[in-house]
Design a protein around this ligand. Sequence first.
Ligand SMILES: Cc1ncc(COP(=O)(O)O)c(C=O)c1O
Length: 392
Amino acid sequence: MPEGVVHNAPMIAMPSRLPQVGTTIFTVMSRLAAEHGAINLSQGFPDFSPPVRLVERVAHHMAEGRNQYALMAGALPLREAIAAKVESLYGARYDVEAEITVTAGATQAIFTAVAACVRPADEVIVFAPVYDSYGPAIELAGGRIVHATLRFPDYRPDWDEVGALISPKTRMIIVNTPHNPTGTVWSAADVATLAALVHGTDIVVVSDEVYEHMVFDGARHESIARHAGLRERSFIISSFGKTYHCTGWKIAYCLAPRELMAEFRKAHQFIVFAVNHPMQLAIADFMAEAPDFAPGLARFYQDKRDFFRRQFEGSRFRLLPCTGTYFQLAAYDAIADEPDTEFARRLTVEHGVAAIPISVFYPGGDDHHVVRFCFAKNEATLVAAGERLRAV
Ligand SMILES: Cc1ncc(COP(=O)(O)O)c(C=O)c1O
């Protein structure tokens, strides 16, 4: 550009591929929380550390020189550990060579599964309130997002509605249990109904199970892996970030029958190729050494849920049931009548606690005056947040 020439207009015409997308609500709320010194219960990450032993194993593998590319499908010891875990928990056998791929977080696994399967004009059914990465992945592939509704206040799927939304254009259904943001968990009957609906079709299922180990009150996680009829058409995705308190490492995995996984890997190898090598090896070691850690997470987070819920005693918030994940929903209809986005902003700025408004997870912005708190926090953080929330 010649000196002195100021260009306000873009020099090239570049219509956005994602015109509706701005900065995610998680970034917005975390930034607002930082600016106002608020306790950040908005974004979903722990404020405590991964197990010391796991971190030690990362250092070990780095020192041992395992610092170059891992295998494209993932380090073999980690794929072996995943196969053993999935078989012992869900009774499903996945082939280590052909049916398991380690990914750079669940986000990448979801993106890759969509990129590998969805063609322009294909329809993909998602359930709203919907985790925010699904829509853009579908749109970038040229697909059309079709929303089924998880209706307030119990957020149960309406299977008649889902049945009516399925058409010859439906390429994929993306499901998520335990569910972010609502903290609900699907039953075996839900999974069986889904299986019946897709039976005899060519619909692919993507099952986002990143909170698989956070199911409370004695209920069991209804992994799609338990269901033979669904397993054969599904990508099942879980995240080590959630399970081992290391969301910043961005390591997850995807399971799928070999034909589907072959397509997944065609895309995976050009989107990310391979994932952080020493961390994969460390997770594999830790899974072998501490097999009870992941199943123990249900008790760990159930105790946190109960502790956090007790902080609301005497508050004007109305807590909704939380049967899984590390998110607690709270209705504020007894406190204010304003939109949830405004309430969440004011809660952060005026009361010092950041939360996520639920309307942002609905395509039409449905607002039931509900916000989401993340309770994956130390007790001191939850106590301090509770003091502030009781004063609202
Ligand atoms: C439902 C759901 N899916 C996927 C992800 C992304 O997981 P990862 O950090 O492994 O990409 C999250 C993270 O919050 C989530 O809540």
